[in-house]
Design a protein around this ligand. Structure first.
Ligand code: GLY
Length: 310
């Protein structure tokens, strides 16, 4: 079959600002496969490029938590051939969480969290790295403005998150230092020449959350899903994605024969407008992608997502 890689830069990514990043990641993933790599190699290589691009909320560029300094990241990988699944959650101080998630596959576990995940990375030789970035600092400043009521935000945050009294249950060591970041994610899905599918995903989560909050990305069947019939990666508000088991739901539609672009549109329509959502999907019938943060009624042009194919 024709090898192909799809990537996305997050539900709130804007093509005019970051389409080149999604394209570069897709091309890098395709190159990994044309050099003999598997679909999983392709998806992971693509996500590494997105993690290293500070415009996206993953790896370098990850959102800063509300204490103004903590960065906790989630990542997962899913091999559609073997069913292998590996994930890390709330990992800190590593450059590429997706590479650590991939190494979880080699263990008896599927998910390693928090300090254990960071120590696991160190044991494997992943260097200490604080993924700070100017883009994340700018997002943090914007979150502070939103929480202080200085601007009304209709783009990045669900109203429930803005209504919640975060001071009431604040669990950081330092005081509440309002900030923010959209719950964006980067992701990739790939099919290699053997027709095997895989998916990979990574996120810096969201600034407006408690220490230890985990979104959809490492939750099985929520952020990504890959199997013999295709692969899916989602992005957006993790709590909403989890409640709909979104990636598995889209995969089931692909397995039932739904065209990928139709499956993507059906998934996005499950959510109210104020919940930012994006999806990419591939199957033997083709590929599709898009998000709901824009004016394109077909959803395609509303998110930075790339396609690379031979
Ligand atoms: N979708 C990423 C998150 O909510 O953490």
């Amino acid at each position: 079959m024709t090898p192909i890689v799809l990537t996305h830069g997050g539900a709130t990514s804007v093509p005019a600002q970051s389409q080149d990043g999604a394209d570069l990641a897709a091309n890098t993933g395709l190159t990994a496969m044309t050099k003999g790599g598997s679909a999983l190699d392709g998806a992971v290589a693509a996500v590494v490029v997105l993690e290293d691009d500070p415009r996206f909320n993953a790896g370098t560029g990850s959102s800063i938590r509300m204490d103004g300094k903590t960065i906790q990241m989630d990542a997962s990988v899913h091999d559609g051939v073997t069913g292998d699944y590996g994930a890390v959650a709330a990992i800190e101080r590593v450059k590429n969480p997706v590479l650590v998630a991939r190494r979880v596959i080699e263990t008896p576990h599927v998910l390693i969290v928090g300090e254990g995940a960071t120590r696991f990375a160190r044991t494997l030789g992943f260097a200490d790295y604080y993924p700070d970035s100017n883009t994340a600092r700018a997002r943090f400043a914007q979150v502070r403005r939103v929480l202080k009521g200085k601007v009304s935000d209709t783009i990045s945050y669900s109203t429930a998150w803005q209504r919640y009294d975060w001071k009431k249950s604040w669990n950081f060591e330092t005081g509440l230092n309002e900030v923010l970041g959209a719950p964006d994610t980067v992701g990739a899905v790939a099919r290699d020449a053997e027709g095997r599918y895989a998916a990979a995903i990574s996120t810096g989560g969201t600034s407006i959350s408690f220490l230890g909050r985990v979104g959809d990305v490492p939750m099985y069947g929520c952020g990504i899903y890959a199997g013999p019939d295709g692969a899916v990666a989602t992005t957006g508000n993790g709590e909403d994605i989890i409640k709909k088991l979104l990636a598995k739901r889209v995969y089931d539609a692909l397995a039932a024969g739904t065209e990928p672009q139709q499956a993507v549109a059906d998934a996005i329509r499950l959510f109210p407008r104020e919940v930012g959502i994006g999806v990419i999907a591939i199957s033997a019938k083709g590929h599709g992608g898009g998000g709901n943060r824009g004016s394109d009624p077909s959803f395609r042009a509303n998110m930075s997502w790339g396609v690379a194919s031979e």
